[in-house]
Design a protein around this ligand. Structure first.
Ligand code: PLP
Length: 384
């Protein structure tokens, strides 16, 4: 045990779970090729939007017959657009094991008021995905950003399902293997694993999702920014870069630069390996210290991006105050920014381990966590 400050500091102390750390070596100069002041409908703008879609398909290995669209309002915009346009045709299984999934449950139950069944698990646990009725639509989050619990695989989702699966994959895309044949709607935001900007969401549709859009009209009105069909047919332009409304060409450029960087580190495999190495460094630290542990109870469901931790020392009098105090110490030292747990989640820490974070920075930060824990325990003992 030591209350001496570690000698080294992380070069980049940004471990926020969103917006996440920018790509290593980022500077605004890298965006100098942005099509600023040009129409997004001019060739230069359209080409960049198309490159963003094509790069997403290439890097994530999305099948050729899936549509990829850039839509307004980040991941929330993309996911709600899918819910509002596709749900209601049949009952929905609404699945939540942390805050964001719970938000989608509220949408279905209180706003859309569709026929539904709710399946929830406590923070740290996961819902039994094999127990759901896949003849219904199923809404779920692949990686629970606020609990650090992820789907271990898509094996529980049957290939011959009659309903659609709507997957919020915002903190999974570019870090975890997504089984496209099991996902009918997938959404994510640029602000997460690629460290991009939050302006836009990515909406990925399987052919079955497109068939739903073209065969079903919801009972409720849709604002213009949610409309994906016209006259009962998919608006194909949205999926080649003709966005519904004006996009930020600066955010688009930033995404293109991030995609290039992801290619340079080995594409999806490289990105997954980087997140795995980062998360492993944190897990090893937990294994080596008996006062801290993963919030995820089953190792197979531990997230490699939003790693959520709880303090397990029974001597801690007030866990919420303790976690906050540790976070404050780390922040004050400038060694770990934004690592407090999400406001609705159990008290603890959350350390972003997505691929834009360097493993060396995680490794340099962890001794500071050890220091902050002991410093806070000492302060608590003194106050008692
Ligand atoms: C799982 C999940 N869903 C949705 C969101 C909302 O994303 P955005 O703010 O980019 O719309 C977040 C943000 O952290 C998230 O983690």
């Amino acid at each position: 045990m030591s209350t001496t400050k570690p000698a080294t500091r992380p070069e980049n102390p940004r471990f926020s779970s969103g917006p996440c750390a920018k790509i290593p070596g980022f500077s605004l100069d890298k965006l100098s090729d942005a099509a600023l002041g040009r129409s997004h409908r001019a060739k230069v703008g359209k080409d960049k939007l198309k490159a963003a879609i094509d790069g997403t398909r290439e890097l994530l290995g999305i099948p050729d017959d899936y549509r990829i669209g850039i839509v307004p309002a980040s991941d929330t915009g993309a996911y709600e657009m899918a819910m509002w346009t596709m749900l209601g045709e049949r009952p929905a299984e609404m699945v939540a094991w942390e805050s964001f999934g719970a938000g989608w449950v509220t949408d279905a139950v209180k706003q859309l008021k569709i026929e539904h069944q709710v399946h929830t698990a406590e923070y740290g646990e996961i819902v039994d995905m094999a127990a759901l009725d896949y003849d219904h639509d199923v809404c779920f989050t692949w990686n629970g950003t606020t609990s650090g619990v992820r789907m271990p695989s898509g094996d529980a989702i049957p290939a011959d399902r009659k309903g659609l699966t709507l997957c919020d994959a915002t903190s999974a895309a570019f870090a975890q293997d997504l089984p496209w044949d099991k996902l009918d709607v997938t959404t994510f935001s640029w602000q997460k694993v690629l460290g991009g900007e939050a302006a836009h969401g990515i909406l990925i549709l399987s052919p079955r999702a497109v068939a739903r859009l073209e065969s079903y009209t919801p009972a409720w009105p849709l604002p213009k920014i949610f409309r994906l069909t016209k006259g009962g047919e998919l608006i194909e332009g949205i999926f080649v870069g003709e966005t519904i409304n004006t996009p930020s060409m600066l955010a688009v450029e930033d995404y293109l630069v991030a995609l290039d960087w992801a290619r340079s580190v080995g594409g999806l495999m490289g990105m997954m390996a980087r997140a795995d190495a980062n998360a492993k460094a944190v897990w090893d630290f937990c294994d080596a210290h008996d006062w801290i542990d993963n919030l995820a109870t089953d190792p197979a469901t531990r997230s490699n991006t939003s790693v959520c931790l709880k303090f397990t020392d029974p001597a801690i009098a007030d866990p919420a105050a303790f976690a906050k105090a540790v976070q404050k110490r780390l922040e004050a030292e400038g060694v770990a920014l934004d690592v407090g747990s999400y406001r609705d989640a159990p008290a603890g820490l959350r350390i972003w381990c997505g691929g834009t974070v360097e493993t060396a920075d995680i490794e340099a930060m962890l001794p500071w966590l050890d220091w902050a824990y002991h410093a806070e325990m000492a302060a608590q003992a003194e106050a008692a």
